[in-house]
Ligand binder design. Structure first.
Ligand code: MLT
Ligand code: ZN
Length: 477
């Protein structure tokens, strides 16, 4: 990026809000993937108007612009893979309005999700999307990735709460999408198109969300199983029984091992898997669901492998359980220095097959492959642990990932339930999408961003389609 452009950027955001020193750029060169790409500059814009001016300049000078929230993404969505300017959205961090009567709020993209949840909770309201990183990640990042989380099994994902957006388009124009009402079907649904578009179609500058009334009661349970397979089988059984928990999470033995210190109980030595189940609602419905759950799990003739069912006794135990759950992902680095972190989804009844497959793959390749996650919606985090500096482990890791994706496709699953495609899954996109969809999506990107300056290199890898064809052949059942 030449001095002239740097000067113009300084004029737009103010010299204080533009970083070019190597040590500053390094802070914005990585994300949750552990991969690193250095930007040429980093800007901290203070308004949509400044972002608009930046985009106009980027279109004249043809440099890439990469929007970034808190950098917690797992697929490289905020990485400057082609260099350019990283736009850090942290200054746009105001909760603009909480309209309790209409159950609607408006926020800027840099608001931390957990802080927004606390703010609405104080007014008896509830914003359910709760990515594991909710204490650090931002609302803008959540919208860009359409993040999920443990509560998705009952409450859905980010897109289910986004009513409208203010977006700076790649050419600098300001776009307002959606409604502030409970319903709205005027024209194409641009709000949904932009939600989950991974920062490739526009830069989100305001978000209108819908809110729910806060559930007044909840009960939290742990189900210890002698095998991971049983834990996986129980997921579909619980849902089939008519219980709709707000959390139905699962952890395999390795995941349990890495967060053991946080768990408020001694695990029996033969614990092979665990379910974390939470039900919420008003006092009566919570009581009823809890009883139904305990009754189902008490049937030891049907499920002899259930070792123990425990209810969290107090707030501290609930807190510890959630701490354990939310710490799994970072804690896995105890095992190996790097990981390939996946978020595949399969139909719920096929979770046992997926779990068997990953265990077999782990044995066959001699690698640690652990599984945990949002089993209630079939969204399983498969973490392939490795040392990326070891070429042999790298090769085996890539083999494991490819075989996992092929297997998931054969189970009628999807490659990503919440982390998006970014760069890490881009070569596999065609494994799931047909030619017509791929072409239409590429054309949509071109309509929004003809010069390909906004977050280039994401979702659509250049070699996608040919790589996908090879995979498609290989994965045919
Ligand atoms: C989680 O559910 O813990 C997150 O999505 C993080 C991860 O998959 O590693
Ligand atoms: Zn997750």
């Amino acid at each position: 990026m030449n001095k002239n452009i740097i000067k113009k950027l300084q004029d737009i955001v103010g010299a204080k809000y533009l970083a070019t020193a190597r040590e500053d750029l390094m802070c914005y060169s990585y994300d949750g993937t552990g991969q690193e790409y250095m930007p040429s500059a980093v800007a901290f814009p203070g308004s949509a108007a400044e972002i608009s001016s930046i985009m106009k300049l980027a279109n004249q000078e043809l440099f890439p612009v990469i929007p970034r929230g808190a950098g917690t993404g797992m697929t490289g969505g905020s990485l400057p893979v082609a260099g350019g300017l990283v736009l850090v959205m942290s200054r746009l961090n105001r909760i603009l309005e909480i309209d309790a009567e209409n159950q609607v709020a408006e926020v800027e993209p840099g608001v931390i999700t957990g802080q927004f949840q606390s703010a609405v909770r104080k007014q008896g309201l509830f914003y359910p999307p709760d990515p594991a990183s909710h204490n650090f990640c931002t609302m803008g990042g959540n919208v860009a990735e359409c993040s999920g989380g443990p509560s998705a099994v009952k409450y859905g994902v980010t897109r289910d709460y986004i009513l409208g957006l203010e977006v700076v388009l790649p050419d600098g124009k300001l776009l307002h999408t959606g409604v502030r009402t409970a319903k709205g079907v005027v024209g194409y649904d641009l709000t949904r198109l932009i939600t989950g578009s991974e920062g490739t179609l526009g830069i989100i500058t305001k978000i209108t969300v819908r809110l729910l009334a806060l559930p007044t009661h909840k009960k939290t349970y742990l189900v210890l199983c002698d095998s991971i397979r049983l834990a996986a089988v129980l997921v579909a059984e619980i849902l089939k029984s008519g219980i709709l928990p707000n959390t139905l999470e699962y952890m395999d033995q390795t995941a349990l091992h890495v967060v053991n210190d946080y768990l408020p109980l001694e695990l029996p030595h033969n614990t092979g898997g665990l379910l974390l189940v939470e039900v919420d609602g008003n006092e009566r419905s919570t009581e009823e669901q809890g009883e139904k759950l305990l009754k189902l799990l008490a049937d030891r003739q049907a499920y002899p492998g259930i070792l123990e069912v425990r209810q969290a006794n107090n707030d501290k135990e609930v807190k510890d359980l959630w701490k354990a759950r939310r710490s799994i992902s970072p804690a896995t680095f105890k095992l190996r220095p790097h990981k390939i972190s996946e978020d595949v989804v399969v139909p719920k009844t096929k979770i046992p097959r997926l779990v068997d497959f990953t265990e077999k793959l782990s044995r066959e390749l001699g690698m640690i492959i652990l599984t945990f996650g949002h089993a209630g919606d079939g969204n399983i985090h498969v973490n392939i642990m490795l040392d990326k500096n070891d070429p042999e482990e790298n090769r085996k890791g890539e083999t494991a990932k490819r075989r996992l994706f092929e297997y998931v496709m054969s189970l009628s699953g999807t490659l990503s339930g919440e982390h998006g495609i970014g760069i890490t899954k881009a070569p596999f996109l065609g494994l799931e999408l047909d030619e017509a969809s791929l072409k239409l999506m590429r054309n949509i990107k071109k309509v929004f961003d003809p010069n390909n300056i906004l977050n280039p290199g994401k979702i659509f890898a250049e070699h996608n389609d040919s790589a996908a064809k090879t995979l498609k052949t290989a994965s045919s059942p």
